[in-house]
Design a protein around this ligand. Structure first.
Ligand code: FES
Length: 115
């Protein structure tokens, strides 16, 4: 059964109209144990809500890197962060998402997709 009664209701729930970034987090199982990926996901989800961040977030089953996770991929910048623990997640939210400054020492790749 559909979670929402209309496509528009789904877009509202996804925060499409207010989102400035889209965060994809791989929970494993190959890049990281699923329990560690899930812990980071739970933290990311909770903190995005608490901080009312203008982001979309998506739980990914695999981002095709398959080592060095959990991976957090942020668009539109195309910033790839590896080994994202809940503690690292907090700093990424504060510095990259809120203040707009990627944490360069943690960025593994920067690859924006611009067509
Ligand atoms: S399982 Fe995480 S990148 Fe493949």
């Amino acid at each position: 059964m559909a979670k929402y009664s209309s496509v528009d209701e789904g877009f509202v729930a996804a925060q499409l109209d207010r989102a400035g970034r889209h965060l994809f987090l791989c929970l494993g199982p190959d890049c990281t144990p699923m329990a560690e990926g899930q812990a980071t996901w739970d933290y990311l989800k909770r903190r995005c809500a608490e901080l009312n961040l203008p982001v979309m977030r998506t739980k990914a089953a695999c981002l095709r890197v398959c080592v060095g996770g959990p991976w957090l991929l942020i668009y539109p910048e195309g910033t790839w962060y590896g080994t994202v623990t809940p503690e690292r997640c907090e700093r990424i939210l504060q510095e990259h998402i809120i203040n707009g400054k990627p944490i360069n020492e943690w960025v593994i790749r920067a690859h924006p997709l611009c067509g």
